[in-house]
Design a binder for this molecule. Structure first.
Ligand code: SF4
Length: 321
């Protein structure tokens, strides 16, 4: 059986007046039904651009310059916009950091959910309400019959994000892409939303791509992690392997920077330097200006993403091996 999602040699460029800049440079990964993949890295690593490229919703001047995105074997990046809109509505749902990007503040939750159902299914208004209530129950909204008649501002931040997840479920998608879905929430609510996403992926057999800068969040929920740096995947593997035995110096730096790795009284670890901008990606290994173990060859040769012993584990570093 084919993978739910296959991203093959994906390349995204931004067409600017002075020439094209490469934002995503040869990204490859697969996702199966019910599987959860975390894409992590600092701001500017290319995580969100990868998410938007998958749903073919890059804002101009971004465009897919090479590669393929296949959902259930169907190549998405060659589909006419009308068909792609159907896929976005029915097979893929996206959840954003700010629930208010999805929710309309002047409409009740009932109106927003029922309109979505009616736009995708030939059912009566009463049936659409039943479907909406069923999804609110699935995301553990207390008293859904009462909550459905409220406006978004009458709900807490965590409740609003649950409602967004319920809306994402309305079309029974095969894949959910969640871009920093809990960054604006406090830690307890964050954990609840993450548990909920995990539970729904398992019960509904949906694939999940969780895009976040927070390796701690990803390690709670996902089975697989792809670490991105300067538009490339620099390490990919099972969450357990990557977290317990990180190979790439950038992944090691991200793990050391987690607050949980702090000893009492010690200072927060930081990766020195900054993520390069698209206009000044260093030659060779893009991480070399920040790498504490790099050698002269790292400045000249781009390290390939390769597996050493485990086929599912790949790292792009000259010194791993
Ligand atoms: Fe560091 Fe060299 Fe590995 Fe890049 S290739 S991460 S510079 S050791």
């Amino acid at each position: 059986m084919s993978h739910l999602l296959e991203v093959k040699d994906l390349e995204v460029k931004f067409a600017l007046r002075f020439g094209d800049l490469t934002a995503i440079n040869g990204v490859n990964f697969t996702l199966d039904r019910g599987e959860r993949l975390g894409i992590v890295g600092e701001s500017g690593a290319g995580k969100s651009v990868t998410g938007f490229a998958i749903i073919n919703l890059l804002s101009k001047p971004g465009y897919i310059s090479a590669g393929q995105v296949l959902l259930e074997g169907q190549e998405l990046n060659r589909l006419p916009e009308e068909q792609m809109r159907d896929i976005r509505g029915n097979r893929i749902s996206m959840i954003f950091q700010d629930p208010m990007m999805t929710l309309n503040p002047v409409l009740t939750i009932r109106t927003q959910m029922v309109e979505t159902v009616l736009a995708h299914e030939s059912v009566s208004n009463a049936e659409a309400v039943d479907i909406a209530l069923d999804k609110l129950r699935k995301v553990h909204i207390p008293s859904p019959e009462k909550r459905i008649n409220q406006y978004p501002h009458e709900c807490s931040g965590g409740m609003r994000q649950r409602i967004v997840v319920a809306i994402a479920l309305l079309t029974n998608p095969a894949l959910i892409i969640a871009d920093e879905p809990t960054t604006a929430l406090d830690v307890t609510i964050q954990a609840e939303i993450m548990d909920l996403l995990q539970e729904l992926c398992e019960s509904e057999k949906m694939g999940l791509i969780l895009i976040t800068h927070d390796l701690g969040v990803v390690s709670q929920v996902t089975e697989k992690i792809a670490v991105m740096y300067a538009g490339k995947i620099v390490e990919i593997g099972s969450t357990q392997a990557v977290i317990q035995n990180p190979e790439h110096p950038y992944t090691r730096g991200l793990i050391k920077a987690l607050p949980g790795s702090l000893q009492p009284g010690s200072r927060l670890n930081q990766i020195p330097g900054m993520m390069p901008t698209l206009t000044d990606i260093p030659p060779g290994c893009a991480f070399h200006p920040r790498c504490t173990i790099g050698e002269a060859a790292c400045r000249m040769e781009v390290p390939a993403l390769i597996s050493r012993c485990d086929a599912d584990r790949m790292t792009a570093c000259h010194l791993v091996g």
